[in-house]
Write a protein that binds this ligand. Structure first.
Ligand code: PGA
Length: 250
């Protein structure tokens, strides 16, 4: 079955408002109407409204970088999935920076994933091993998937998984396409075991970690890699456009 890839642009905590608006308009001018991949632009939360307005009516989707699992209440600084439903269609959950910089637990990632699905949004569940865990990648991924999907009895078609080895994020030390393919295939086999073969086969699995316009072709042609989650290169409209086109053409 052909899976439609997804390219996510995770801007992280970068851009001021003018820069964000300029980037959004450049991305729309370049990428609106691109077929062969979905594109989800994930700006910082303060610019989500701008992104929703500026990308409305285009083929580019808006995504959030995080979410709180509760729907509302006394959670200063947080925002919920029902709130995001008005401005975004994708939400990254369990990014390694949330897990390792902010101490997010697997239980919290799971609660976020479920909240995102309950709000009718599409979660991008990020998983991946740290450098010191490379000799037990399989166990780490198995644990992250098991805990991330706790309480789900089926794998919804809305779920995308991003395989992002932590050591490759923002370091320029990208995984080789062959290693990334092997990990994504491993994740797919774990999904088949946890859920069922057809939904595992249909699930989009991205690679993330130092993806650039120069190295994207290597990932895009791998059979189990369905797009990319892009950090640093997503802040450059030319580079991100080239990445999206390479994925679409693969
Ligand atoms: P990077 O970030 O492309 O800058 O390595 C990827 C990510 O964090 O999703």
């Amino acid at each position: 079955m052909a899976r439609l890839p997804v390219v996510g642009g995770n801007w992280k905590m970068n851009t001021n408002r003018a820069e964000a608006r300029a980037l959004l308009s450049a991305l729309r001018a370049d990428l609106d109407g691109l077929t062969g991949t979905q594109v989800a632009i994930c700006p910082p939360a303060p610019w989500l409204g701008d992104a929703a307005d500026m990308l409305a009516g285009s083929t580019l989707d808006v995504g959030a970088q995080d979410v709180h699992w509760e729907a509302k209440g006394a959670f200063t600084g947080a925002y919920s999935a029902p709130m995001l439903a008005g401005v975004a269609s994708w939400v990254i959950v369990g990014h390694s920076e949330r897990r390792h910089v902010f101490g997010e637990t697997s239980e919290q990632t799971n609660a976020k994933l479920r909240a995102v699905l309950a709000a009718g949004l599409r979660p991008i569940l990020a998983v991946g091993e740290r450098r010191e865990e490379t000799d037990r990648v399989s166990d780490i991924l198995h644990t992250q998937l098991t805990e991330g999907f706790a309480g789900l009895d089926r794998l919804p078609a809305e779920v995308v998984i991003a395989y992002e080895p932590v050591w490759a994020i923002g370091t320029g030390l990208a995984a080789t396409p062959e290693d990334a393919q092997a990990r994504c295939a491993l994740i797919r086999s774990m999904l088949a075991e946890r859920f069922d073969a057809p939904s595992a086969e249909a699930c989009r699995i991205q690679y993330g970690g130092s993806v650039t316009a120069q190295n994207i072709d290597g990932y895009a042609k791998q059979p189990d890699i369905d797009g990319a989650l892009v950090g640093g290169a997503s802040l450059d409209a030319v580079a991100f456009g080239a990445i999206c086109r390479a994925v679409a053409a693969a």
